[in-house]
Design a protein around this ligand. Sequence first.
Ligand code: SAH
Length: 251
Amino acid sequence: MISFVGAGPGDVDLITVKGRRLLEEADVVIYAGSLVSKEHLTFCKKGCVFYNSASMTLEEIIEVMEREALKGKNIVRLHTGDPSIYGAIKEQMDLLEQKGLEYEMVPGVSSFTASCAAIKSEFTLPGVSQTVIITRLEGRTPVPSSESLELLASHKTSMAIFLSVGSMEKAVDKLKQGYGRSDVPVAVVYKATWEDQKIIRGTLDDIAQKVKDNGIKNFAMILVGDFIDGDYERSKLYDSTFAHGFRGAAQ
Ligand code: SAH
């Protein structure tokens, strides 16, 4: 069996119980070497064979999967965070489908929720925003023009921006245009949950300079929105005058 597993953001204890069990039982692990902690591999059994996908092409990855799957081996394809977000997994799954090879998907803790936890915040605050936009600036991968950062920011929702800290000034310009103000709170979380995690807080006004001063060029999440800092309304869920299926209203 081939299992795509989300490794989580960094801290090895943030993999799911199922993901850890699959690692323990794996004969072969193909891991995304640039962002997955190597400490995950210490949970594998003796004799498990490791491949770092950072130095492999898509075809080479599929070749290993096919060869080992046909031998009846347990194969784990270990992706950073949650594989469904910027994981480049669809192309792998489609090739496996073509070859008639079975596979499964095991989700993981994405770095955008891990980053929100690192700054001890909540994306969806009543009276602030009830929507999270996950996006990125274009790099080698293009972003459709209908999803330009300024357009998305004009909705003034909570935002989690991946893969973009290397173009912080460009991101900030577009965010200012979209939000229509420059005092919007921003937190940049570098290597969330890793030992060298760093949190940089500011606003659209000063965050680009702070990121530069800290020498952060990659491996960081940009969180934007008033959820980071500011007023909100208390939720109805725990409001004593509000009854719901599991609790009556206080008299
Ligand atoms: N599938 C992954 C994202 C892969 S794209 C997930 O769900 O998290 C790689 C980008 O994710 C990085 O450029 C960075 O923006 C973000 N990222 C991954 N791990 C991170 C971490 N521990 N802390 C902050 N950002 C992280």
